[in-house]
Structures are given as structure tokens and as C-alpha cells.
Design a protein around this ligand. Structure first.
Ligand code: DC
Length: 224
């Protein structure tokens, strides 16, 4: 690898493999892996806990702006814990209930403004692989490398279903997950602020036929 970019932006649809691939790339380069989807999940979870309803944009935005979010590295188990107002909520962030409301909260402009600002600060430090929906277009438009991962809704639903089974989350069928993925993609693509789309200079990789390790290899090949 000769041309190693300082900032790597990785975007794509729900369950396209961004997190798994991004982690492999970051680990190999010794870079920080930063999943911005987690921030939107914390925002959605926290707003719902406080308000029991996320339809009032102004109230949701106020709650999100006042949240105290901390990340804590658990070196024993090798995971990063997310603390919201001091409470560890890591294992709640991928619950189906959060999946259902997160794209609504992520479409609120004031929520995006607050979170984008924090993400930019982290990006500016460099040596980072940042994954999300608008990293190449809005958060780090000057990133030296931009990757956009794509896969069919069916492949992505299958992956999420298997992932849920491995975590003993069995409340959702494959069909329910597929419907949710299609709905979230639509919300993410059609929102007015920072919609999901590849940056003009992004490399688009279709991941249906490849494992995460193989996709990571394709990304490293771009650095030669
Ligand atoms: O990647 P994920 O499924 O954890 O993302 C959760 C939601 O957050 C998804 O509906 C899109 C939204 N999101 C976003 O709008 N912008 C980002 N940079 C990251 C995630």
C-alpha cells in the first residue's frame, strides 16, 4: 500500500457491510473506526426514552442538543460502550424498536446539525475511517478516499437476520427486516438534508457476492 489516505469516508445503505468492512480497514491501518450511525441511534433512543414520541421535531432536537454522550473503551471485552447521561445503553442501540424510529430522527435538520459538527471534529484529527450515509458528501467532503457500499435489499436483510440470530434477537422475521430496510433506505434517500447518495468522487462497490474481508481487499487495492 503506497497511497494511504488520511481520511476514509465510507457510506452506503442499511446493512450494506459498512461497519464490518470499515472495522477491518481501520484495524489494518491502525486508524480510528468511527460509526456515525451509532450517534443517530443514541439520539433516537434518548429522545424516545424522554418523550415517548418522536414526532415533534423541535422537542426531539432540544433533547438531542442537551444529551450527554460518552464513549468508553472496554479493553477487557474489546468493545466501545456508549453512555447516555451516565447510563450504558450499548446493547439497546440495535433493538428493532430503535431501527424503526432512527431514520425519522436522522431526518431532522437540527439533529443533523448538532451531530455533524461533532463528527467533523473527529474527522479533522485524521487517521480515521468514518462510516455513515453522508460522510463523503457532507461530513468529510475533502476525504482523500470515499467508498460507497451497495447490496440488494434481500442480501442485506439476510445478513441482518443472521446477525440478529447470533445476538439472540429473534423478535423479527426475515420479511419484517426486509420491509424495514426498504423503508429506511427510502427515508434516508429522500430526506431534504444530507440525503444518502454516493459522492461524485466515491468508488462504488457492490458487495452481494463478496465477504467483508474480500471487500476490504478491494479497498486496499485502491491504495496501491
Ligand atoms: O448505519 P445505521 O443503520 O446504524 O444508521 C442508523 C440510521 O442513522 C440510518 O437510518 C441512517 C442514519 N444515519 C444518517 O442519517 N447519517 C449518518 N451519517 C449515519 C447514519
Amino acid at each position: 500500500m503506497k497511497n494511504i489516505p488520511n481520511q476514509i469516508a465510507m457510506d452506503g445503505t442499511a446493512a450494506s457491510g459498512k461497519t464490518t468492512v470499515g472495522k477491518i480497514v481501520a484495524e489494518k491501518l491502525g486508524y480510528l473506526f468511527f460509526d456515525t450511525g451509532i450517534m443517530y441511534r443514541v439520539a433516537a433512543y434518548g429522545a424516545y426514552q424522554k418523550l415517548h414520541d418522536i414526532s415533534d421535531e423541535k422537542k426531539v432536537s432540544e433533547v438531542v442538543e442537551s444529551m450527554d454522550i460518552a464513549l468508553e473503551n472496554d479493553t477487557v471485552n474489546g468493545v466501545t460502550n456508549v453512555l447516555l447521561d451516565g447510563q450504558n445503553i450499548t446493547d439497546r442501540l440495535h433493538l428493532p424498536e430503535v431501527d424503526k424510529i432512527v431514520s425519522t430522527v436522522a431526518a431532522y435538520p437540527a439533529v443533523r446539525a448538532a451531530l455533524t459538527m461533532q463528527q467533523r471534529k473527529i474527522g479533522l484529527r485524521g487517521r480515521v475511517v468514518m462510516v455513515g450515509r453522508d460522510i463523503g458528501t457532507v461530513v468529510m467532503p475533502d476525504a482523500e478516499m470515499k467508498i460507497y457500499l451497495e447490496a440488494s435489499p434481500e442480501t442485506r436483510a439476510k445478513r441482518r437476520y443472521q446477525e440478529n440470530l447470533s445476538k439472540h434477537i429473534e423478535s423479527e422475521t426475515y420479511e419484517m427486516i426486509l420491509a424495514d430496510i426498504i423503508k429506511r433506505d427510502k427515508n434516508d434517500r429522500e430526506r431534504t438534508v444530507a440525503p444518502l447518495r454516493p459522492a461524485d468522487d466515491a468508488v462504488i462497490i457492490h458487495t452481494d457476492e463478496y465477504t467483508a474481508a474480500e471487500v476490504a481487499e478491494q479497498i486496499f487495492a485502491l491504495m496501491d
